[in-house]
Ligand binder design. Structure first.
Ligand code: HEC
Length: 141
């Protein structure tokens, strides 16, 4: 093998290895983000405060009509991505999640960390606010 061909092959191998490591790192950090603990509220959720906070969701959601996001009535206890006449992202539709307090808490802190590829980009940083919102949604049967 000629010297310069050897160097070229070595270079290609180095690039392939670098890409492999970069991909492994990305997959590992995505898995870590998904597994990271999410803060839970100290007090039980307050549905009255939740109703006021829900106004922030109403630019995209309502209880009874699909809008930018799916309708919310009955969402607690429902399978994710299961409103028949709403066009979900394939990611949410195939997530296999059921909406309970724990999954909604993870969802609201960062939808894309729970369901990579979702089309909801809206976060609630405060754990108590998430609990209040979930308490409100739970009451909307
Ligand atoms: C900027 C628009 C927007 C805002 C604001 C928004 N959402 Fe969403 N939401 C969406 C979209 C779009 C989807 C569908 C996601 C998908 O298909 O991947 C969604 C989906 C959801 C789902 C899943 C429902 C199901 O049927 O599986 C829940 C729960 C939810 N949103 C809760 C909330 C709550 C609670 C708030 C307010 C704190 C909120 N969203 C604010 C756009 C929004």
């Amino acid at each position: 093998m000629k010297r310069n061909e050897f160097t070229r092959r070595g270079g290609i191998r180095a690039v392939v290895a670098a890409l492999f490591f970069a991909q492994t790192w990305l997959v590992a950090s995505a898995a870590l983000a998904q597994a990271a603990p999410v803060a839970v509220a100290a007090r039980p959720g307050d549905p009255v405060r939740g109703k006021a906070l829900y106004q922030g969701c109403e630019s995209c959601h309502s209880l009874n009509e699909n809008d930018v996001g799916p309708k919310h009535r009955g969402v607690v206890g429902r399978r994710a991505g299961s409103v028949a006449d709403y066009a979900y992202s394939p990611a949410l539709k195939s997530s296999g999640l059921t909406w309970d307090e724990a999954t909604l808490n993870r969802w609201l802190v960062n939808p894309s960390a729970l369901v990579p590829g979702t089309k909801m980009f809206f976060k609630i940083d405060d754990a108590q606010s998430r609990a209040d919102l979930i308490a409100y949604l739970r009451a909307q049967k």
